[in-house]
Design a protein around this ligand. Structure first.
Ligand code: ATP
Ligand code: MG
Length: 641
């Protein structure tokens, strides 16, 4: 599984060759201040910073570019007007392909952001106020984020698929007094009653919202509460609205993590460092050149949407596509229809989507042209080598490099990846550290592991895009990230470094299985299962085993048209044994129609672990699950074993 796939000649002036990567990486470590002050020039500053990083991980105190002032809306919008006012900034592709989409040039984006900023100001939003954005994937969601940045308000985007309870929890946590929402949303054929959800959330205990701005989108009947609810189209105005000068360390946004591991944390990012980090990573990772069409399929409710639909691309003056729909509506070829319709050159999506499409067979892909695709990206979970190969071979026809990008809400942007022109790729490995990123693998006692090794992934130097705190709970920030290994940022992920210095994320450390004293990452066993031609997706957890300490319990979903059987059960056991070795032989395989995932599409192994342990009473917080009813079906499947 360690083999290279050679980097692909791009026939273009690439942004970073292998030699340049070496040189820049070394410089970023040896002269971090000079390096980052150079990168900071990607942005326009009202007052340029004279210092880069000033930080300590013990005690925890992180600042970047602290004496600089800037505004990220200015950087994403206004400063482009002179040179590329007529360039398309956003392409909107609606849920229903029969509906009209929209394109906004940078000048149009500017007028609309000003309109939104004025609407917020008219509601009473002031610098430093938290504004909660609960929106479908439409242009106005992006406008709301940029408008907050423009006036110095702190946005907190809550994914539009969350329940009223989940929304209320996030409103209370940051004492938000303002909400921006829409009458409704649509994903596939499913309507989402956003405004009704907001109304319900506002009835819940502790919520202190005073004003709700409502964008008309689906045009359904909407009850408006007098004095509280305001229609966006009635509130916009084109009055002058200059960009507020912000200190680099002023907060830009709060974002609650997706909740794979427990109660969501309000991760707080600061303006200057985050701006520099997203601008720099976008430039190098996607190798963007003017005129290209870039599409990230994430939702703005996740950090990927923040950094790589909104800030990274727009600060770079790119054309960014905003997609309201889902990959399987009207059919499983939708992504490729959108690629063809808009001539998408760069696609950035997640393993969960790749596996789901792969499951449906190649026909949906090969029936579409896709010749515009130049670069493919993935993020969110370890990508199984099998899925990587499919993405590379079938989707990109071995023409488009794949960048597997490892990062977290807390890191603000990409931390580990190959760069398209600089590195050969290894299917399943995220690759090499980005500039300024210093990784360390440590064992459970905190001993640093050198060379080829597997351990807990830590980061020892601060980087500009690093989160500054957990909103309102700095102790939790320190406890969660800096106390396991004192003086280091601990990512919570397990990782292996191979003989070529490539990093392989093996899954979350909490998910590691210990079979007869052998520690195993879940990703490896899952990848072996997915390699089987009948398996679409797999999730692996440990459960108590009398002899081995922990046994291996596998949940498996099959490709469309396949059915589970005792024969297949045995076949899969033999298959994994052959792929990895006898130690990895699954003890139980449960076939299931689906796996429990967070709203952002990540497998929630902590719930699967409880079910495997027959501990159905203590499933913990399931509010961030995409389909809570699945849990009952999984329990039933477990009991029938
Ligand atoms: P919570 O922190 O609330 O449990 P979360 O960790 O799922 O939620 P995110 O910040 O969205 O929230 O996800 C970051 C995590 O996703 C990483 O720590 C890692 O486990 C996983 N991840 C992201 N990208 C990759 C990748 N390219 N390869 C492997 N794992 C990845
Ligand atoms: Mg996390």
């Amino acid at each position: 599984m360690n083999g290279f796939v050679q980097r692909i000649e791009q026939n273009r002036e690439t942004h970073c060759s292998a030699e340049e990567y070496q040189h820049l990486y070394r410089r970023s470590l040896e002269q971090p201040d000079a390096f980052w002050l150079d990168q900071a020039q990607r942005l326009d500053w009202f007052e340029a910073p004279t210092k880069a990083g000033e930080w300590s991980f013990d005690p925890v105190d992180i600042r970047w570019f602290a004496d600089g002032t800037l505004n990220l809306c200015h950087n994403a919008v206004d400063r482009h007007l002179a040179e590329r006012g007529d360039t398309t900034a956003l392409i909107f592709e609606p849920d229903d392909p029969a509906d009209d989409g929209r394109k906004l040039t940078y000048s149009e984006l500017h007028s609309e952001v000003v309109g939104m900023a004025n609407a917020l100001k008219a509601m009473g939003v002031r610098k430093g106020d938290r504004v909660t954005i609960y929106m479908p994937m439409i242009v106005e969601g992006v406008l709301a984020m940029l408008a907050c940045a423009r006036i110095g308000a702190v946005h907190s985007v809550v994914f539009g698929g969350f329940s009223p309870e989940a929304l209320a929890g996030r409103l209370v946590d940051c004492e938000s007094r303002f909400v921006v929402t829409a009458d409704g949303g649509k994903r596939g054929t499913k309507p989402i009653p956003l405004k009704t959800n907001v109304d319900a959330a506002l009835e819940l205990e502790g919520v202190t919202v005073e004003k709700v701005l409502v964008v008309r989108h689906t045009a359904e009947d909407t009850a408006m509460k007098e004095g509280r609810d305001v229609w966006y189209h009635e509130a916009v105005s084109d009055a002058d609205c200059p960009c507020e000068p912000m200190k680099a360390e002023d907060p830009l946004f709060i974002l609650y993590t997706s909740g794979s591991t427990g109660k969501p944390k309000g991760v707080l990012h600061a303006t200057g460092g985050y701006g520099v980090w997203t601008a720099t990573t976008f430039h190098y990772v996607f190798d963007y050149e003017p005129g290209e069409i870039y599409w990230c399929t994430a939702d703005i409710g996740w950090v990927t949407g923040h950094s790589y639909i909104v800030y990274g691309p727009l600060i770079n003056g790119a054309t960014s596509l905003v997609f309201e729909g889902v990959p399987n509506y009207p059919d499983h070829g939708r992504l490729w229809d959108v690629v063809d319709k808009h001539g998408v050159n760069i696609l950035y999506t997640a393993p969960t989507a790749i596996r789901a499409l792969m499951r449906e067979g190649n026909g949906f892909v090969t029936s579409r042209d896709r010749s515009s695709l130049r670069l493919l990206g993935t993020v969110g979970e370890p990508i199984n080598p099998e899925a990587w190969r499919w993405y590379f071979d079938v989707v990109g026809e071995e023409r488009a490099p794949v960048v597997d990008t490892w990062w977290q809400t807390e890191t603000g942007g990409v931390m580990i990846t190959t760069l398209p022109a600089a590195h050969d790729m290894k299917p399943g490995s995220a690759g090499k550290p980005f500039f300024g990123v210093v990784l360390e693998l440590v064992d459970n006692d905190g001993e640093v592991l050198d060379g080829e090794a597997a351990g807990n992934l830590c980061i020892t130097q601060s980087w500009p895009g690093q989160a500054r705190t957990v909103y309102g709970d700095h102790d939790r920030f320190v406890q969660t990230y800096f106390s396991t290994y004192r003086g280091k940022y601990f990512t919570g992920d397990g990782c292996r470094r191979d003989e070529d210095g490539y990093y392989w994320i093996t899954g979350r450390v909490d998910d590691v299985i210990n079979v007869s004293g052998h520690r195993m990452g879940t990703a490896e066993v899952e990848s072996a299962l997915v390699l089987h031609d009948k398996v679409a997706e797999a999730a692996v957890v440990g459960y108590p085993h009398d002899i081995k300490g922990q046994g291996i319990y596998c949940y498996v979903t099959l490709n469309a048209g396949e059915e589970g059987s005792d024969a297949l059960h045995d076949e899969l056991r033999v298959h994994v044994r052959k792929e990895i070795g006898p130690i990895a032989t699954p003890d139980h395989i449960q076939f299931t129609g689906g796996l429990p995932k967070t709203r952002s599409g990540k497998i929630m192994r902590r719930i699967l672990r409880k079910i495997a342990e027959n501990d159905f009473g203590a499933l913990g917080d399931t509010s961030t699950l995409a389909d809570p009813s699945l849990v009952d079906r999984l329990i039933e499947g477990r009991q029938n074993r």
